[in-house]
Design a protein. Structure first.
Length: 345
């Protein structure tokens, strides 16, 4: 860690209750886009975009201090601001799944279900910084070792995540993982985006989703196993329309178009395109910021202050044989890539 923390673009972000330091790392491309990442939860805390007008917009929600990020997981309805989510993002019904004729019980942390890795997921872990590159296309690679039975998941899991900021204004997230025994895995990033800045609402921004179907869910938002057509429903974003005030839905991505989703602000002439190799994107608007938490610039976030594009496998896939495979075999490698590309008009 000492080799990277003396880097001119890193600084102490805070100290964990046990005394472990948490650092913030900055990547900046030659177009002036700047992203900040902390090694607590491999979390994106800031993503600043310079507009043609000269104004600079921070397009992700976040908190002022490490203490607030830690506290955010201790209150009800944890927002997971900017965090890396795992071992399994989304809900797993009753925290149960079967693998190789053995039933595993995971942590239950939402109603009677497991959500986003359980009580203490990857979002609350200290990641090690493996590598930082500067100059053209700067990047940072972080790693986390998840021991066997952490959260109830089988196998020692070694995870690697590389953030790269390209000169084409793309922030790419490349995940890699290996396991000591067969396990399940589903990683994603939980950033809340707002192309007009965290003090504004996303309600006036245009949302496009390259999807014809969504996952049907029960009254606890757990997939039933059925897919529903979005035609002539409020879930049809095949033609861009205004962001909903509230949504918590998994969209099955069409394969014929490389763009998974997009968000556009007419006010700032700023567009974000989402690309992924994952089968779905979970769209989330509606989280409330607790008054105990200090948001960036002391802004009081509202339920529609940001929108999440959680590119991932289907929630509860281990319990539906016809959902995309979520099993990582011993000797195999989990690979995932998602890109957020910014177009400034």
């Amino acid at each position: 860690m000492s080799e990277v923390t003396i880097n001119s673009k890193s600084k102490l972000f805070g100290t964990m209750p046990n005394g472990d330091p948490v650092y913030s790392y900055e990547l900046k491309n030659n177009n002036g886009i700047e992203v900040k990442i902390i090694n607590y939860g491999a979390t994106i805390t800031s993503l600043k975009i310079p507009l043609k007008t000269g104004k600079i917009i921070d397009v992700v929600l976040g908190l002022d201090a490490l203490e607030d990020y830690i506290k955010s997981y201790e209150i009800g309805g944890s927002p997971y601001y900017g965090a890396t989510v795992g071992r399994y993002s989304g809900r797993i019904k009753q925290g149960l799944f079967s693998l190789n004729n053995k039933v595993y019980q995971l942590d239950k942390n939402l109603d009677n279900h497991s959500l986003h890795g359980g009580n203490i997921g990857f979002s609350q872990r200290i990641w090690e910084v493996k590598k930082i590159t500067e100059g053209i296309n700067p990047s940072i690679t972080l790693t986390y070792f998840s021991p066997n039975n952490e959260g109830g998941f089988p196998g020692d899991l070694e995870v690697e995540l590389t953030y790269t900021l390209s000169e084409n204004n793309e922030l790419s997230l490349q995940y890699k993982a290996t396991t000591s025994e067969d396990t399940i895995i589903n990683l994603t990033n939980h950033s809340y985006f707002n192309l007009e800045g965290p003090s504004e609402t996303v309600a006036n921004q245009d949302l496009y989703i390259n999807s014809s179907t969504v996952l049907e869910t029960d009254n606890e938002n757990v997939p039933t196993g059925l897919l529903l057509r979005v035609d002539s429903t409020s879930y049809d974003f095949s033609n861009a329309k205004k962001c909903p005030e509230k949504i918590d839905t998994s969209f099955v991505l069409n394969k014929e178009n490389k763009i998974a989703a997009s968000l556009y602000s007419e006010i700032n002439n700023l567009k974000m395109l989402v690309f992924t190799d994952q089968p779905s994107v979970h769209i989330y608007v509606g989280g409330e910021n607790d008054d105990q938490l200090t948001s960036k610039e002391k802004i009081k976030y509202q339920s529609n202050s940001g929108i999440c594009f959680e590119t991932q496998n289907y929630p509860d896939a281990p319990n539906h044989s016809y959902f995309p495979n979520s099993v990582l075999k011993k000797g195999g490698t989990y690979l995932q890539k998602t890109v957020y590309k910014f177009e400034i008009y």
